[in-house]
Design a protein around this ligand. Structure first.
Ligand SMILES: [Zn+2]
Length: 309
């Protein structure tokens, strides 16, 4: 047995396989991404806590002699085990390495892949069908997000995706949908573009807002930021139902049908979630960058086809 192997055994350290499993769980807990390990990092301790490691297990140091350079290299044993587990997960394609993730996010992080995400769900006994409701990031979804953000704004935008299969969900379309959702919600800083409402869940950091299609999914509307709006549940529903439209300058137009609504409709206490936009030139909240504002081609289609004047 190697010197390292003996040390691991003597200190009764967890096996690499056990560390791998816990690592997947911790990645899931951190929404799919954790920083590259450096000793002293909180995450290194968090994983150690999962195993209730004792002080001597956390602080044991492995000394190796580098004969070539004639020097001794000291590495914390726990840290090394952690790195090996992560490296093995990367070989199994369950996580992407910091060297790949940095190209995507500019940060040195370990990130779940779609396969790793599935594996984490399996370990945690969460049905795969929950995937689309979770805010967990994955390498593949992040790639879609990056592409959506980087696509140049075309003058002659077509908000329809002729190829779109509306009824059938494939692995690719599910990843695209999650990418669309994440890109849109992030672009609007997790707020409703209408009322500004921002609220996250207490457990999994998912957001109350939804990514709404301007040209709806059912009409083969594209899954991209130019055809998206981040809206709270109420305003998403009302926008789809035709209570609102957007002018080309992003002011909100309210259906005149609101005048014939009974006065107690559309209210939550004092808050009237439709009429509040009636008499002012209210503009929606927009993303920071103009290139990803909703496209006039999409909002004019919605105005002409979904809005009830
Ligand atoms: Zn709202």
């Amino acid at each position: 047995m190697s010197y390292e192997g003996e040390m691991l055994k003597d200190l009764a350290m967890p096996s690499r396989k056990e560390v791998e499993q816990v690592l997947l769980k911790i990645l899931f807990r951190h929404n799919g991404v954790i920083k590259e390990f450096a000793s002293g990092e909180e995450i290194v301790n968090e994983i150690a806590d999962e195993f209730h490691l004792k002080k001597n297990q956390r602080t044991a140091v492995l000394e190796r002699i580098y004969r070539k350079e004639n020097r001794i290299v000291k590495t914390p044993l726990w840290h090394r085990l952690l790195y090996r587990a992560a490296d093995s997960l990367a070989k199994e394609k369950f996580v992407s390495r910091p060297t790949s993730t940095i190209l995507l996010t500019n940060k040195k992080e370990w990130m779940l892949t779609e396969n790793g995400f599935d594996e984490a769900l399996k370990i945690l006994n969460i049905p795969k069908t929950q995937k689309e409701f979770l805010s967990t990031k994955s390498y593949e979804v992040q790639k879609v997000v990056k592409k959506l953000i980087a696509t140049p704004r075309p003058e002659n935008y077509n908000p329809f995706d002729k190829e779109k299969k509306v009824a059938k969900i494939t692995r690719e379309s599910a990843i695209r949908t999650r990418g669309f959702r994440q890109a849109v919600i992030e672009a609007y800083d997790y707020k409703c573009a209408f009322c500004g409402m921002k609220l996250n869940s207490l457990t999994d950091k998912s957001w109350e807002v939804e990514a709404a299609h301007i040209v709806p999914h059912s009409e083969k509307g594209k899954d991209d930021i130019l055809n998206g709006l981040s809206l709270c549940h109420l305003h998403h529903w009302a926008f789809d139902a035709g209570w609102f439209a957007l002018h080309d300058d992003f002011t909100i137009q309210v259906s005149l049908k609101v005048n014939s609504l009974p006065s107690d409709f559309g209210r939550m206490g004092d808050f009237d979630f439709i009429r509040i936009f009636s008499n002012k030139n209210s503009k929606i909240f927009l993303p920071k960058r103009k290139e990803i504002y909703p496209h006039q081609k999409a909002i004019s289609w919605h105005r002409e086809n979904k809005f009830c004047y």
